[in-house]
Design a protein around this ligand. Structure first.
Ligand SMILES: *Cc1c(COP(=O)(O)O)cnc(C)c1O
Length: 372
């Protein structure tokens, strides 16, 4: 699915140098690379404030923590996402309220969000799934109209942009009160270990988030808030600075791979290629096809595996079917779009180093499968 060894080989001298610099400085926590990386990432994302932290799940936890919500406040989020989106809310004693997704983009359905609002709603968490923005126009309007904070879980769509009706363009993560992201190695901007960050345009919130991520302290040994120990290691920041320079090229490479898949697979009867929202760019964290006959999905995956083609199922279960979240009391059938998709989706390799030959081979094997 990925060729991280290949990607890192091309960057080897710069990565070595970054590691050596941190070793030499011995400033392993909050060293200069952390601030430098935050500034560079902020510049890349249109000048937002970036608050690095330990991982993308902590970023979500910190975002919710900074809203200072009463216990039991309801957090609206999509039923089709990685479990971390839910976990952060649940761990804070907030109540995850799931809503269904759109069948075309797989992103949270704004109409379902609106229907789920109550006086107890504390925040809406939108996920920009697989690399494409959720309907930020509708979500921002709902957030403003109802005075409810919008948080963007942007672990999968770093660098994606969304164009509003008035022509305004914004980066994913920079539209709501807070954006969160992850530098887990397999993400589009992956570190060599865990890492994450928050994004905000509000300088006061940036200060609060920075304190919350560092034991709630305003200065050393002065603790204003109950916070977390959630800092990005200097070493990861130094390595991520190198990888950030490669991000625009890698994103373009992913998009080129996706365009070739689109052209080749659109004529294959039996699958639906990823829907594009014309207002959003797509950075293709995943290239996820949908089978018209879900009963054939696992057979296709096994067939491709036997041909040496790796694939993944994101996600095999909707979050409400996970045992840990049974206490929320949802029933099978409540989020029918998410449930159907879990049985019908398959993600194909879409990494920046995928060659045209490899891709042609993958496409031919998919064609073979549907011809038989
Ligand atoms: C990866 C991911 C996270 C969590 O990030 P970690 O850095 O692994 O904690 C959260 N939300 C989504 C949608 C993700 O894909």
């Amino acid at each position: 699915m990925l060729d991280l060894v290949g990607e890192h080989a091309a960057l080897q001298p710069a990565l070595d140098e970054a590691v050596q610099e941190v070793l030499d400085s011995a400033a392993f926590i909050q060293g200069p690379a952390v601030g430098q990386f935050a500034t560079e990432l902020g510049d890349y994302l249109g000048g937002a404030h970036i608050i690095p932290c330990a991982n993308g799940t902590d970023a979500l936890t910190l975002a919710l923590l900074s809203l200072n919500l009463p216990a039991g406040a309801e957090i609206i989020l999509p039923a089709f996402t990685y479990v971390a989106t839910l976990e952060a809310a649940a761990l804070l004693g907030l109540k995850p309220v799931l809503v269904d997704i759109r069948p075309d983009t797989f992103n949270i359905d704004p109409a379902a969000v609106e229907a789920a609002l109550t006086p107890r709603t504390g925040a809406i968490v939108a996920v920009h799934l697989f690399g494409q923005c959720a309907d930020l126009a509708a979500l921002r309007a709902i957030s403003i109209r109802h005075g409810v904070a919008l948080i963007e879980d942007n672990a999968q769509a770093i660098g994606a942009t969304f164009q509003f009706e008035n022509g305004e363009t914004a980066y994913a993560g920079a539209v709501g009160e807070i954006g969160t992201t992850s530098f887990f190695p397999s993400k589009n901007l992956g570190g060599l270990g865990d890492g994450g960050a928050l994004l905000t345009r509000d300088p006061a919130r940036a200060i609060l988030l920075r304190q919350l991520a560092n034991h709630g302290q305003s200065q050393k040994y002065h603790h204003q808030h109950i916070g977390l120990n959630s800092r990005l290691d200097t070493l990861q920041a130094a390595l991520l600075r190198v990888k950030l320079r490669q991000l625009p090229t890698n994103t373009a490479a992913r998009q080129a791979v996706a365009a070739r898949y689109d052209a080749a697979l659109t004529t294959v009867a039996g699958i639906t290629i990823p829907a594009r929202d014309s207002r959003s760019s797509h950075v293709f964290h995943q290239y996820t096809i949908r089978l018209e006959e879900p009963s054939r999905r696992d057979t296709l995956q096994h067939f491709l595996k036997s041909c040496g083609v790796p694939t993944m199922i994101y996600y095999p279960l909707p979050v409400h079917a996970q045992p840990a979240y049974a206490y929320l009391g949802y029933r099978a059938g409540q989020f029918s779009v998410a449930e159907r998709l879990c049985g019908a989706v398959l993600s194909l390799p879409v990494h920046p180093l995928l060659t045209e030959e490899q891709q042609d081979y993958i496409v031919e094997r998919v064609e073979d499968f549907f011809d038989n």
